[in-house]
Design a protein around this ligand. Structure first.
Ligand SMILES: C[S@@+](CC[C@H](N)C(=O)[O-])C[C@H]1O[C@@H](n2cnc3c(N)ncnc32)[C@H](O)[C@@H]1O
Length: 202
């Protein structure tokens, strides 16, 4: 897909400045909070929350005892994460960086939530490579993929078949199913994912 709009840091930062952030529910996503509580990665693990937005999921992870780096390339988002974490009384690192070039790592895990659907569709394989590179051997990618079934974007639709196809070469797909406890407006349209980096990548 060729986009007229460049989905760079300026594009996203402008949305934050305008308050045009309809994706932001003001709290951590219920399926993600559950997965964190379940321990899909052990407590104390290092987690990079990519495209962290205002940091609700990152703050929940830090509150539950994970070592969190919240990554977002929009300056306003990075500022909001710091303020919100301070307000919540939790400690986390904020990294204002492009996930394609600036992920530090290696991390035990990467948390995905409405970031894959926010990037240019033509960059999806590049995303897989960036995440694989940022993980420790056997590391985990977990989170939610937004299978909303509509045209256009962002957010750009993704199907279960596509997720399987793009990730299965480099990750072992441990879980990929419709989340049972999404926000009401997204019910039935979020794919809950737990992928472990393949031994051949390590
Ligand atoms: C739709 S918002 C979702 C924010 C948050 N995950 C949430 O669900 O509330 C997408 C976020 O990803 C960030 N983002 C998009 N592309 C990025 C990239 N290449 N590197 C880092 N952040 C990126 C945007 O700045 C924005 O904050």
């Amino acid at each position: 897909m060729c986009l007229d709009t460049v989905l760079d840091a300026t594009y996203w930062n402008d949305l934050y400045l305008k308050g045009d952030t309809g994706w932001d529910k003001g709290v951590a996503s219920p399926p993600l909070a559950r997965m964190l509580r379940e321990g899909v990665v052990p407590k104390g693990s290092s987690i990079a929350v990519i495209g962290a937005g205002r940091g609700h999921d990152a703050i929940e992870a830090a509150r539950l005892g994970y070592r969190v780096t919240a990554v977002d390339f929009a300056a306003e988002a990075a500022k909001d994460i710091s303020n919100n974490a301070h307000g919540a009384g939790v400690r986390l690192d904020v990294l204002q960086a492009d996930l394609f070039t600036g992920l530090k790592g290696p991390y035990d895990a990467v948390l995905e939530h409405t970031c894959f659907c926010a990037i240019d569709v033509a960059r999806r394989d590049e995303y897989v490579t960036a995440i694989a590179r940022a993980l420790k051997p056997g590391g985990t990618l977990f989170g939610l993929f937004y299978a909303h079934g509509r045209e256009g974007g962002p957010p750009f639709d993704v199907s279960e078949d596509e997720v399987r196809r793009r990730f299965s070469g480099r990750f072992v797909i441990e879980r990929l199913r419709r989340a049972p406890d999404s926000f009401e407006a997204r019910a039935g349209r979020e794919l809950e994912a737990v992928f472990r980096l393949s031994p051949s990548e390590s």
